[in-house]
Structures are given as C-alpha cells and as structure tokens.
Ligand binder design. Sequence first.
Ligand code: HEM
Length: 453
Amino acid sequence: MRTADPIQTEIGLQKMLAVYVATGLVFLLLPGTFLGVWNLVSISSQHSLTHLSPAWLQAHGHAQIFGWLGTFIIGIGFYSLSKMGGLMPFAVSRAWTSWALWTAGVALRWIADVTERDWRFLLPLSATLQLAAFAIFFWIVSRHKPSASSAKRKPMETWMKLVIASTLALLVALVLNQLETIVLALTAAHPEIPHWLDQRYLFLAGWGFPVLAVWGFNARWLPVFAGLNEPHGRNLMIAMGTLLAGIALAATGLYGTATLLLFCASALAADALNVFRRSAKPAKTRGVSPLFPFFTRAAYVWLLIAAALGVYAARADFNGGIWGASRHALTVGFLATMVFAIGQRVLPAFCGMRLLFSTRLMGLSLIALNAGCALRVASEIPGYEANLRFAWTLLPVSAVTELIAVTLFSLNLAITLLLPPPVAAIRRPASSSVSYFGIDSVDKPVQRIASSK
Ligand code: HEM
C-alpha cells in the first residue's frame, strides 16, 4: 500500500478541493447565472417564454445544477473520502482525473447547447465524460470500508444515509442524461430535451441529489454551527422516503400527487431537523456573517414556498410561470441560500484552515440573493401567467439583483482561496480519522476554527 507524507497529502487535498470550488464558481457565474440573466431579460422583453430557445434554458439549468452544485458536491466528497488512511494518495490522483473529465463534460454540454456546433457528437460525449468522472468518484466511495474501530463505534447515522441516497440520485440523473443525449442525437433537430421529458427530469435534477445532499449535510452540521437540536433520525428517513416517492411519481407525469408528496417531505424534513424550533445552544457566528443562523432558517421557508408553488403549478400553470417560480424558490431560495451560508462557513476551513475574507460580503451576498429571489418569485407568476406589465419590468431587476449576489459570493470565496492560508494550518494537517464520507474527519478543521473563536 502506498504511503505518503501526510502534510504533503493534506496540502494536495486542499489544492484539489480549492480547484473544484473555483471550477464550480466559474460555472455558477458565467454559463449559469450570466446566461440565466440573459435569458430572463430576453423573456421579459418579449413578454413570453416561448420565443427563447429551450436549449439555452437547458444550458443554464445544466450549468447551475451539475456545473455548480455537482462540482461542489463531488469536490467535498473527494476531500472527505480521501482523508482515509492508505487510500489517500491514490484517491487524490483519481480526484484530479475525475475533475478533468467532469469539467470537460459540463463545459462541452454548455457549448453544444448554446452554439449547436457538432452537437450530435458533443452532447452524448459530454454526458459520457460526466458519467466517467462520476464513476471514478463512485468507485472510490464504494471501495471505502470504515475502519474496524469506527465501524464498531457507531451504526450508520441518518445524515450518512441521506448523503448516500443523494449520491445514488446523482448517478441515476447522470445515467438518464446519457440516455437522453443519445436519443436526442439520433432523433432530434436541435439539442433540446422535449418539454414533457425535461419537466420530469427536472424533478430528479432539482429535488433529487441537491436536496438530499443539503438535508444530509444539514443534519450533520446545523446542530454544530446553528446550535439546533440533534435531528430526529426516523422522521428524516420518512421525509427522504416521501421525497423519493414524489420524484418517482413525477417521472410518470402524476404531478398533482407528486407535488403533494414533495410538500409533505419538505415539511417533515424541516420538522425533523428542528429548523423552526428554539436552538439548543447559541449559533457559532464568529468568522462568518451574524446573519448565518437567520438565513439557514430562511432557506427552509423557501423550500416550503417552492413545494407549495409546485402543488399550485400542477393544478394551474399555463405558461410556465408557476413552475418557474417554484423551481427558483427551490434552486435560488433553498439551495443557493444554503450553499451561500454553509459553503462560506466550511469551505475556507477545508481549503487550508483559512478564514473567510469578509463576513460583510457574506451577509450582503445572502441579503441580495434573497431579495432577488423574492422579487423573482413574486413577479414571475403575474408576468408569465397574467401578462402584467409591472411584473415584466421587475423581472430583469430580480435577475440583476441575483447576479450581484452571485458575484459577491464568488468574489468572497475566490479572494479567500487566493490569500495565503495561516502558516499553522500548513504545518498541522487535519485529523485523518475515518468514517463513511469522512465527514467526521472533515468536521474537525471546521470545529477547530469554530471553537477557536
Ligand atoms: C441569477 C439567477 C438566475 C436567473 C436569472 C435564472 C433564470 C432562469 C430562467 C429565465 C429560466 C427559464 C424558465 C423560467 O423562466 O423560469 C431558468 C430555468 C432554470 N433555472 Fe435558473 N436562473 C437563475 C438561477 C438559477 C440557479 C441558482 C439554479 C440552480 C442552482 C437554476 C436552475 C434552473 C433550472 C434547473 C432551470 C430549468 C432549465 C430547463 O428548463 O431545463 N437557476 N432560470
């Protein structure tokens, strides 16, 4: 078995994660948000969704879900997994290969969608590259066996089950993406997933792996950072089962029942995580914005709004406005708010025990994101569904506000990663104790930072 200098391996891991984070930020900013803003401004000037190329909408959605969230999730997964004893050097080199394949795959997908150049070849190729990148990650995950001592110590915790379910949901999404792109290449006139199929797929891509990953990491970290009571494991499992049933029903087109299940799952998860109950202890807010505990709760308000709007959309949507409002309450309100809050809390610590560059920028990014999202969700329905003039004028404002938020978030993390880490962090590698997904060991640098304040 190969061994390596633990300090060098630790530095290698930190560099690898920093590159994953930087890549996710690039996808978030340009192919994701900038194209999203462009799309929304075009839709608002035409007063209709129908004139815009579906391929451009799908390019935006893919860049956000897979390019941003997927890259972050895989990077954090590799970082935590790779902290397992003998697997370390081996896993780090695999993580680089996986990064190259994943980045090329997501970038090619965007190029094929937006330019339509050689798309019959590029679209399936992009899906294959993403699948290959994920296969490397998945292979290393499944090879991992907890050490005898940690396996004896504790049974698998609820948050781990959620993270495993999220990983499997991502695998299913990527396999379906591969099949979809092959069929499109053979049969379609443009690189556009037909609306009926895209609608079904988006339930898996939006409500599947990202939501499960957030619930899993929240179950692990919200008691530590936001001072919440420990989650109710059994109820969280019921929430997960209900969510998966909702996604499965949506795949069959039974949106009425599917959206009701997603609403129940969201309410159950918020309850099981004690999000709206009094905290057991004060939140740890030094080193991050004091608004951190407020926005982690606000994200769950968005989750419930997203789910409720989904129920409404299944019954009353005609022009995509209610579905769009629901989708962005989920993606921007819930997922992006949570990544802005938790990401700025943990990523600086993972990438070399750094301190976040600016707690004020963190607060501003969260305020702008939530203001933009509120404006967007409130004006999308009267605009798209009732063609009200004031709503069409507000929509571009919401887009620019969200773009400002994303820029502040990216700037804050980018500067944090570019500044040199504290010297002590380079000399002293984080603990290499083991657990599935390594989050126990990953907790340690974060807890060290949190408790040192
Ligand atoms: C500046 C922020 C954003 C803007 C202006 C924006 C804009 C848009 C627009 C105009 C659409 C077309 C459908 C509709 O009108 O509702 C859309 C679809 C979508 N957006 Fe966004 N978006 C933003 C952020 C995000 C984020 C952060 C995510 C995910 C993390 C996301 C994921 C999606 C998805 C999955 C779709 C559906 C694509 C499809 O039809 O296949 N968006 N977005």
